[in-house]
Design a protein around this ligand. Structure first.
Ligand code: FES
Ligand SMILES: [Fe+2]
Length: 348
């Protein structure tokens, strides 16, 4: 499978990378993530230069990895710093991969290392400015292709059928989403004026079942970074303030049929309530676990190893945004592969 290389992929939630190493395969590349002594993330190919033992099975010593098999040590730049059996030569190095930490997420760059610029990480600073108890995260491995997971968010009409009692209420099917593509960004917007809000948000108002204006939007950028926002303004101001949520859904391919699915969700209400926040996290992450994940995995099982287009799927109006996003990604991958120097040589 061909992946976009010159882009930042989310490798893990910041909270997942503690004092020990984290093994994670991204775009079929096994990687060992760890923190240097200064706390900055680092990523090395997860295979020792000696006999290819997984470095993630080793241990961390003073911000360096010691291979568990015969004791070679590697710094964050991949150079061998200690060889108990002889000289620590340059040829013992393993590849290091540019990494950075932004917006409660650890990012890794799999393309030309000279082009790795953390300034290209999408600006998700709304996460940084959200109070700690007004946001939560989620991570779920999903046995489905990352573009199937992307389609799931770009077509939210599925909430009316897959989550009818929680996230859906029929509104997104009625609204007829409007798709816009600007440059490499695909957006879809559903407007539901003067309707009862979806069940999970309606319950936040003083009186349930009253009318609100709801706007739901998803914005996609490559490779699979989606911001989903829902704004609900009650028609009667006595029914509470406007509710706003903004949730990142980020899909990082592990392999053609497996995806690392990350969620970072923020809201503007009950911002100081830690118990409420924990309950909401369990509720929302639980919906994905019990509803979306099984559906996506069952879809993938029916497709086997075939690409979506090879399955000749029927296209509906609701697929417009996901088709656009697939096209943009294909265009970006094709452009990258036609660059005169498709450098992918690493930072040995
Ligand atoms: S495999 Fe790592 S030191 Fe031998
Ligand atoms: Fe869903």
């Amino acid at each position: 499978m061909q992946y976009l290389r010159n882009c930042w992929y989310v490798a893990c939630l910041s909270g997942e990378l503690g004092q020990s190493m984290l093994a994670r395969t991204i775009c079929e590349q096994p990687l060992a993530f760890f923190r240097s002594t200064d706390g900055a993330p680092a990523a090395l190919t997860d295979a020792c230069s000696h006999r290819l033992a997984p470095l993630s099975a080793g241990c961390l010593k003073d911000g360096e990895i010691m291979c568990r098999y015969h004791g070679l040590r590697f710094g964050r730049d991949g150079r061998c710093t200690h060889n108990p059996h002889g000289p620590a030569t340059a040829s013992l190095a393993v590849r290091s991969w540019p990494s950075a930490e932004r917006h409660d997420l650890v990012w890794v760059w799999l393309g030309d290392p000279d082009a790795a610029d953390p300034a290209q990480i999408p600006d998700l600073s709304f996460i940084d400015t959200t109070p700690p108890h007004a946001k939560f995260t989620g991570y779920l491995e999903t046995a489905a292709n990352f573009e199937l997971c992307t389609d799931n968010i770009l077509d939210l009409t599925h909430t009316d059928y897959l989550h009818p009692d929680t996230l859906g209420g029929g509104g997104l099917t009625r609204a007829r989403g409007q798709v816009t593509t600007q440059g490499d960004t695909v957006a879809i917007r559903w407007e539901n004026p003067a309707e009862v809000a979806p069940p999970a948000l309606d319950r936040e108002f003083i009186r349930q079942g009253e009318l609100s204006d709801t706007v739901t939007q998803v914005e996609w950028v490559a490779p699979a970074i989606l911001r989903l926002s829902v704004d609900v303004a009650p028609l009667c101001p006595d029914n509470g303030d406007e509710i706003r949520t903004a949730t990142m859904h980020i899909m990082t391919p592990e392999s053609p049929m497996r995806t690392h699915y990350f969620v970072v969700s923020t809201r503007n209400f009950r911002a100081d309530d830690a118990d409420y926040n924990a309950g909401l996290a369990a509720f929302i992450n639980g919906i994905f676990l019990t509803d979306d994940k099984p559906m996506l995995e069952a879809q993938q099982a029916r497709m086997g190893t075939a690409d979506l287009w090879a399955c000749n799927p029927a296209m509906l109006a609701i697929d417009a945004a996901s088709v656009q996003a697939r096209r943009v990604l294909q265009r970006l991958i094709a452009a990258e592969q036609h660059q005169p120097e498709n450098a992918d040589s690493g930072t040995k």
